[in-house]
Design a binder for this molecule. Sequence first.
Ligand SMILES: Cc1cc2nc3c(=O)[nH]c(=O)nc-3n(C[C@H](O)[C@H](O)[C@H](O)COP(=O)(O)OP(=O)(O)OC[C@H]3O[C@@H](n4cnc5c(N)ncnc54)[C@H](O)[C@@H]3O)c2cc1C
Length: 431
Amino acid sequence: MALPQVQRPSYLIIGAGAFGAPTALALKRAEPESEVTVVDRTPFPCPMAAGHDLNKIIRADYIDLMYMKLALKALELWRTDPLYSPHFHNIGYLYSYDEDFLKEIIARWEQLLGKGNAQSFLLDPVEARKKFNGVFEDSDWSMVTQCLYSPTAGWADSAAALQSVMQAAVDLGVRYVDNGAAKVLFGEHGNCTGAVTEDGRTLTADRTILAAGAWIPLLLAESAPDVPEIHTGERLIAVGAPMCAVKLSDEQLEKFKECPVNALLAPLAAECIPPGDKGLLKCTYDTGFSNKVYHEKSRQEMSLPPSKISQSTWSQDIPQTLKDNLKSVKNELFGGWVDDIEPESYRLCWDGFTLNQDWLICPHPKADNLYVAGGGSFHGFKFLPVIGELVVQMIKGELDEEMTKRWAWDGPREGAICPAYTPHKDLGDLS
Ligand SMILES: Cc1cc2nc3c(=O)[nH]c(=O)nc-3n(C[C@H](O)[C@H](O)[C@H](O)COP(=O)(O)OP(=O)(O)OC[C@H]3O[C@@H](n4cnc5c(N)ncnc54)[C@H](O)[C@@H]3O)c2cc1C
């Protein structure tokens, strides 16, 4: 008598960025017998991914307790897990900000760890200017009322970390396809059955997880142009922020040798990550831009990442206004002595953005077997070590109640964690 066939569960993950790659690893670890396929647009990691970058900030200073807890867990893994620790640089993080905001962060730490146990501490701006080899001596801190220093934070070499996570998944038997998904496929009853690749291959799966970052809205609109309830609408849109990479001389590198990661609230919201092995200082203008275009097939205006690859990877291809803004950001961060140092390259980095910066980690309510994992909203990368397990919990219906509510397709969207990234301008207005 023939033995009954045992069905192996199958999963298709679209996108191998900061949400997709760790989801593949977590799924294969949780269900070694399952078939897990990941499809992205290039061999991994894809240079257009927001997660594919020179570096990303890794910190647990959040004003929101839920993200602080998660970030603390992730930070511990960045420090100790051999998959992540080679990519983590624990050089500290300095917020040059507004006193009330920073005191709120300390209050959150004490709520989590107890009075007097905050992992970060307030630092008088006058003292902060003297520390760190004097690198902030000439910074424009005219609007800074307080600093906060986090000695446990730092930055990660994000492209290398993504590469390691995806490689670990492949080593466990995850299949990687690099032709890109053209469309998500729906069956007769509107249930999701997988995807079709750009070169026409059909990838079928019991469950499909859409983790395509800023490209999620495009994929859903392309897949079901006449079904608006499948589209993301305003709940998740593509938003970009400009950055520049500045090559420093040996002498300048010496000046930066004790520089922590720095975030500056005003006049221009800005961030910088000091140089690692590549000798490149990264400065980010912390403001979000939409890119509204008319999507013919679904007959709607949407914010989508530009179709030119050079407008989502390191290049010279960003509007002159943003180059000028980045020069001001660089000078504001460090003062006149960096005025002559020209950026080597620029980038508009695109993320899936939600109004209050909560993620979407949820079943799609209008298509069975389709799940969404995205909405990184400019702060998702640091969670690389923990996010895959959260997505797996969501698929199994085991996600904690608060997360289930906040990351739902129709979850609450009030109160932004970081209002600076809410897009006030469109890229089209700048060119
Ligand atoms: C300017 C900027 C600065 C940031 N700084 C930080 C920071 O310092 N710290 C931090 O924690 N976070 C930071 N973030 C946020 C972080 O980068 C994102 O939250 C995170 O990368 C989101 O992960 P994701 O998987 O949703 O998207 P991504 O990392 O963009 O990955 C999406 C993947 O989907 C793929 N994809 C797209 N379309 C298709 C398709 N049709 N078929 C198949 N695959 C597809 C892409 O190629 C890509 O690989 C920043 C983001 C930006 C934009």
